[in-house]
Ligand binder design. Sequence first.
Ligand code: SF4
Ligand code: SF4
Length: 426
Amino acid sequence: MAHEYHSLWERLGINIPRLEQMRLGGGESFRRVVLSREHRPDAMAYFDDLMRGLHTTRIRQLQDFRDEGGKVVGIFCVFVPEDLILAAGAVPVGLCSGSPFTIDSADTVLPLNTCALVKSAYGFEMEKVCPYSLVSDLIIGETTCDGKKKMYELFGQLRDIYIMEVPQKQNEQACALFLSELRELRCVLECMTGNVITAEALADATALHESKRQAMERIARTRRAANPPINGTDALLVNQLSFVDDSERFTARANALASELEQRAAAGVGAYERPGPRLLITGCPMALPNWKLPHLVEAAGAMVVAEESCVGSRYFEPRAEPAGADLDGQLEAICRRQLATPCPSFTPNSRRIEDVLRLARDFSVNGVIQYTLQFCHTFAHEAVKLDAALEQAGVPSLQLETDYSVRDTEQLRLRIEAFLETLSRR
Ligand code: SF4
Ligand code: SF4
């Protein structure tokens, strides 16, 4: 089937033999981890197809859009406002950074003590196997953690990358700085697309972005049910796919899924054969196809009911304040919304601790797992404060540090089982 896509891949300059190797491994893990689960909602069929067509159908759609004069913008982080990109008539896509496949290549260049997400992203570019990067007309990085911003310098030797400055604090000076960055990004996008970003176009794009995030939040809310109508891996998959799908289509499909989940929840239909302990996972983002931790946790008998993550609540919860009608007023609202993201690259970042405690309460969790990628100093340091806050609130927690490999699977499994055992005795 993929053969019909060879000419498209060739045109984009993709390393086809490597991409095919990766697709083979990825397809197997998708079947084993996601498709093999029982009691899945019918509306997941759309997201399964989207996943199957990640390197084929979706890339064809993006290239068709470019052939008609459209532009595609690749991004790595939720700080880059998708609505500003949409308002320029371009399409934002998240770039690949969640697979172990490209890490060996990245290890030949990057310092070994770099997190798996950064290595994976760099390795994708080195090996020319991220079709989303190759179909992008512009790639935007950001100054967040040290690992990412220094990697972008090396990435910039492979291909052009535009870097946005994200402040390290969330005060008024930071807001002024970020607002000036948004104004500059507006000019970059206008220059690239040849389209002027009008106040009307931005208002429409923000409304679309808002409805997309509301649909995701609607799905999340259904997981408060005693037996959630969707399992944790499926919920994560939907959140992951939100970064690559067309925003309008995704919103419609996410709302269709939310409606089915609401009906299932009302009828007492759950995704779990035997409901186990309710867990919240908080920490580093889990980019596609990283399902390692939720898979291990749910295979051990627990239910993942919420994620405090950029592929989770950190993406869809921050809200825009009412914007002024003019363009600058709207940019300011976007600025405040983006800076409300509780990312550990901010100091201090107390909002994240409040969010974790609130989510733990709202989703009636029995425990929290702090997920940190090895060598991620930002999340690892914040884990100390978060751990203390959870202990004070009487919420049991487990800190797990891992990477994308399968080397530590057994060790993780034992630690998760021991944690669940502790919860069962409470
Ligand atoms: S954790 Fe921070 S740097 Fe990483 S994707 Fe989220 S907002 Fe961006
Ligand atoms: S914040 Fe942590 S996980 Fe994210 S890119 Fe930086 S080092 Fe990696």
